[in-house]
Every structure is written in structure tokens, then in C-alpha cells.
Design a protein around this ligand. Structure first.
Ligand code: URA
Length: 418
């Protein structure tokens, strides 16, 4: 086999065999195929797509490039969200589902862009460790039913190399490539059940509902073909998820939801996704699972799981009872309404870019995150705010002059005078 024949086949829309895809992926991972040939093939995929059979072969080849997780636990569920601004659902849903008796074994990554990823957010809790060993991970899962580990180098090395190349060659936005990248990692984590939350809108990878549905359907079919109980939901990311954007601020909001203090769109989405996970795990009908999930929050059991997992992963569990122990920003800036207004829309992407300006995210891998930085939205779409009322509050410890950030943040809000 050779790379040029494979590139030409995809260029001419001829289907590749499983062995050709396997050879391409393993040769690239081993360094036997150079970046320029792999880039050419990835671009051919971006332009011409792959068949579903090819996508499944690519997913398996990437999964098999590294270790496949094996946990000594009878039933585990995993969840993947394609991410977006203010998405802290993993560490709200995980404790809810675990407190209903189903183990949630989660591997997450750090973030590039607006805010950190799930791992960065959790590391805003003093002492919290996600670089735990396989043995610690399994032990915590057995004790609390919920643990989050950071992505290890052994898992899907092919995806790590290909994703870095895609990022620098304009080949990220391809449904079969996104599908195989995500699903290879999920299949390597090897949970019995898999819930996929595909987001669409201004703060998400998929800009339209139609594209998100296509990706969700494909991932669901690939998951099922690989023998998993799998379901993919499509959810809206046109406005930020919840009121807080920024690492410590998002942990604070998660504690507010888990303690039952905060209800609203974030709570509703978390209950819906948790119920779907419980249903996949055979805990009853969707209605029964919704009741279970709500009870887990109102009884305080879900917060107990989160508190105990934090303790076992080395973090300060007192944050679950006193969120002022999380990193606090040195500076804040309140954006107020100059007249009576009604909020028409909030652009997630722009809110995300503002939080990056405040120090909440990283542009390159080595950037240091300001854990205290971010935004609290004091309004939602449809809210009416009187003159001088608060629209949002910006926080930072790295920035004291908020002028640029405030202009960008206000630009994200569409409103009308009332
Ligand atoms: N997330 C991934 O892990 N891979 C992609 O290709 C896109 C989003």
C-alpha cells in the first residue's frame, strides 16, 4: 500500500477498504507517513466526505492505536458533549447519575479557547487532581460512582496527532472526521452506555441544527455498530449554558445547581441528559429516570457524591458548602443598562471571546489560565432590565482595565429599548 494511492482514491470518491484505512492510520501514527501526505488525505475527506463504512473503519483504527480502558465495574456510562460556552454539564450530570446507582467514568481534556476545558474547571478547586492513576480512578468509581480523569497519552495517540494536524491545516470541520475523532476516544474509554450531547449554535462546532443532527445521527450509528448502548441528543448553544462563564465561576454554578439553589435552563438540560443516561443504563422509562434525577438533586445525594469525589481526588470538599473558597477575582466591572431594555439575544461565541480577554482561557497550550476570571450573566434572553439594572458582571485578576472587554461583551447582546 502507499499513501498516494489512498489520497487519490478519496479524491476520486472511491471507497477505501478497512485494511487501507488501518494501514494509513497506523503508518501515520508511527511516523512512516509525513504530515503533508496525511494533510492531503484529510483535505480530500473534508471535501468529499467518507462513507459510513469508512468512518467506522477510521474510528476503529484510531481507537486501536492505543490502550483500551478496562474497568472492573459491572456497568458504566459515559457522556460526551461537543462543548460550548459555559458548558459545565459533565460535573453536574456525573454526580446526579452516580447518586442514582450508575457509575460515570469520565475522561476529559483541557481547553483551548474561551475558557478552560472540564479538567481546567475542576482544577480551580484547590488541590483537585485529575492526573490520577488507573487504580485511583477505579477505586474512586467504586466508592462514589463518579470520577474524572485527564486524557492520557496512551489513549488514541492517532487522534492526538491527527487532531493537531487538522487544527493547523483547516481540516477540523468535517462530520466524518469529527465523528471518528470523538468516537474513537469514547470507544477507547469502553463504557457500556454512551450519551452524546451534540450542540449547535454560535458557541458550538456545529453552527446549524441540521449539521448537528447529521453528526449526532452518525455518532449514534457508529456507537451502536461498535456494540454500545448509545444515544445522541442535539441541544442549543446559541446563548451560553447557564449564567456563569469561566473556570471557578462555573464550578460555583455547578454547586448551585447540585444543591438545588439554581433552577432554569442549565438545571433542565442537566436533568434531561442525566435521565437519558439513566434510561440507557436500564433504570426505567424516561419519566421514571427524570424523577430519579430530580430527587437526586432535591435530596442532596448528588451534591454528596460531588463533595466526596472532590475529596478523594485531593480537592477541598468545603467548596460544596462555601463557594467563596473558590478563587475570587481581584477586579470586577459591572455592565449596566443605559435605558429600559429587553434582551433579544446573547451571542455565545462573543461572550466566550470576552472571557478569553479576561484571562479565563488559553490561546496556546502553554498559556496560564486565570481561574477567577470570567463573566456572570445577570440576564437571560427575554428578560426586561430597567435603566441602571445589571446586564452582566466581568471578573478578572489579570486585567484591571476592562474597557476592551466591556465593549466586546456589550456587542454580544442584542436588545431593544422598551
Ligand atoms: N472534538 C474532538 O475530540 N474532535 C474533533 O474533531 C472535534 C471536537
Amino acid at each position: 500500500m502507499n499513501a498516494i494511492d489512498i489520497i487519490n482514491k478519496t479524491k476520486k470518491k472511491n471507497e477505501l477498504s478497512e485494511s487501507e484505512i488501518k494501514w494509513l492510520v497506523s503508518s501515520y501514527t508511527d511516523g512512516d507517513i509525513p504530515d503533508y501526505q496525511m494533510s492531503a488525505w484529510l483535505m480530500a475527506v473534508c471535501l468529499n466526505g467518507l462513507t459510513e463504512t469508512e468512518t467506522l473503519s477510521l474510528t476503529y483504527a484510531m481507537r486501536d492505536s492505543g490502550k483500551i480502558e478496562k474497568l472492573d465495574i459491572p456497568l458504566t456510562v459515559d457522556k460526551h458533549s461537543t462543548g460550548g460556552v459555559g458548558d459545565k454539564t459533565s460535573f453536574i450530570i456525573g454526580p446526579i447519575v452516580a447518586s442514582c446507582g450508575v457509575c460515570v467514568a469520565k475522561m476529559s481534556g483541557r481547553g483551548l479557547g474561551h475558557t478552560g476545558g472540564t479538567i481546567d474547571k475542576l482544577e480551580s478547586i484547590s488541590g483537585f487532581r485529575t492526573d490520577i492513576t488507573h487504580e485511583e480512578f477505579e477505586e474512586i468509581l467504586k466508592k462514589t460512582g463518579f470520577s474524572i480523569i485527564s486524557q492520557t497519552d496512551e489513549l488514541c495517540p492517532a487522534d492526538r496527532k491527527m487532531y493537531a494536524l487538522r487544527n493547523s491545516t483547516g481540516t477540523v470541520d468535517s462530520i466524518p472526521l469529527i465523528c471518528s475523532s470523538i468516537m474513537s476516544k469514547k470507544l477507547a474509554m469502553n463504557a457500556d452506555c454512551l450519551l452524546l450531547d451534540v450542540k449547535y449554535g454560535s458557541g458550538a462546532f456545529m453552527k446549524t441544527r441540521e449539521d448537528a443532527q447529521k453528526l449526532a445521527d452518525l455518532m449514534e450509528r457508529i456507537g451502536r455498530a461498535a456494540g454500545k448502548k448509545c444515544r445522541a441528543d442535539v441541544t442549543d448553544m446559541n446563548s451560553p449554558l447557564g449564567r456563569c462563564i469561566g473556570n471557578a465561576l462555573e464550578v460555583r454554578e455547578a454547586v448551585d445547581v447540585l444543591s438545588g439553589r439554581s433552577k432554569g435552563r442549565l438545571y433542565d438540560i442537566c436533568i434531561e441528559l442525566a435521565a437519558d443516561m439513566l434510561e440507557l443504563a436500564g433504570k426505567g422509562t424516561v419519566d421514571e429516570c427524570t424523577a430519579l434525577a430530580k430527587d437526586a438533586v432535591s435530596s442532596g445525594r448528588a451534591l454528596d457524591v460531588f463533595r466526596e469525589t472532590i475529596r478523594l481526588q485531593g480537592g477541598d470538599p468545603r467548596v460544596c458548602d462555601d463557594t467563596s473558597l473558590l478563587p475570587q477575582a481581584e477586579h470586577k466591572f459591572v455592565i449596566r443598562a443605559m435605558e429600559d431594555i429587553e434582551i433579544l439575544s446573547i451571542d455565545s461565541e462573543e461572550i466566550g471571546m470576552t472571557s478569553l480577554l479576561l484571562g479565563a482561557g488559553r490561546v496556546s497550550k502553554t498559556d496560564k489560565i486565570d481561574m477567577s476570571a470570567g463573566i456572570v450573566m445577570n440576564c437571560d434572553v427575554g428578560d426586561k432590565i430597567s435603566m441602571d439594572g445589571t446586564i452582566m458582571t466581568l471578573y478578572s485578576s489579570t486585567l484591571s482595565d476592562f474597557s476592551d472587554a466591556a465593549v466586546r461583551a456589550l456587542g454580544a447582546i442584542r436588545f431593544r429599548r422598551i
